[in-house]
Ligand binder design. Structure first.
Ligand code: SF4
Ligand code: SF4
Length: 64
């Protein structure tokens, strides 16, 4: 499993990219995207998914 970003809600603040411990989030094709191959759901590093924690828009970083 991985998380994903709902692009239509994303304000492109960039906070999630900075906080992701797996470098799974990149700005690509004019939107932020999660690479599902890299996303670990923050397992072993944090108790909560960092992208969802820091995102200012509710329900924008969600399970894919
Ligand atoms: S759940 Fe964690 S590893 Fe996955 S994209 Fe979000 S911050 Fe990165
Ligand atoms: S933290 Fe949320 S609003 Fe900001 S770039 Fe990431 S998904 Fe978009």
């Amino acid at each position: 499993m991985a998380f994903k970003i709902i692009a239509s809600q994303c304000t492109q603040c960039g906070a999630c990219e900075y906080e992701c411990p797996s470098d799974a989030i990149t700005f690509k094709g004019e939107k932020y995207v999660v690479d599902p191959k890299k996303c670990t759901e923050c397992r072993g590093e944090f108790d909560t998914q960092q992208c969802a924690s820091v995102c200012p828009v509710p329900k924008t970083c969600v399970p894919a």
